[in-house]
Design a protein around this ligand. Sequence first.
Ligand code: 0O2
Length: 212
Amino acid sequence: MEIQLWREILNPYELAVKELTVKFNHLIKEHRQLDIYCPIEQVTGRVKSINSILEKMQRKNITWGNMEVQVEDIAGMRIICQFYEDIEKVVEIIRNRSDMAVKYEKDYITHMKESGYRSYHMIVYYNVETFQGTKQIQVEFQIRTLAMNFWATIEHSLQYKYKGNMPEHLTQRLSKAADAIIALDREMSSVRSEVMDAQNSSQMQANLVADI
Ligand code: 0O2
């Protein structure tokens, strides 16, 4: 397919990723200004690469006519939380938003993938305004803790390096590391209230200094 046609297809997805990045960052800012603990630590977004879209279409036997319906993660948002408990709060925020509607959710936290991957996925419908009018697109949200993200980032790089043929010893080490991530998230949850207190008071101090 011509590059110009790809641009036309991907443009609304780029707009959606930009808009959603601004919106969720603004949410973080609002929490900070109100001195309220924010369940969102960091927000990133990306539009899937053309190669990655083509690879998925081939792997899942997706036709051109069905591409925008069946490739649900052309627009991808990643929301990183400090604590395991924050994930549910973010999920609720997304469920309750009026600018998106949930298509379905996949809980890879309760149901960890065989690889050890853990994350909460939500596919949502989102409207963007283009010069041709309103276009409804799908966006995949991945919500996970800092620790889960650390594991997924390293594992993703190794998957890329070994192109799906990861040596068994590495798979086993990643599986052990996934267990360690579960333990780490549990440990951090157990000190959550103390950490939140510390962050609230340092935020209050920062605000006091800013007010002077
Ligand atoms: P990228 O670079 O993030 O775009 P699929 O898994 O693609 O066959 P499905 O069912 O649409 O099909 O998606 P799934 O498994 O619910 O979620 C796909 C995305 O979740 C992946 O996107 C990854 O970002 C992430 N993911 C899923 N499983 C794993 C895993 O075992 N390890 C890591 N590191 N990430 C995972 P893409 O398209 O792979 O890549």
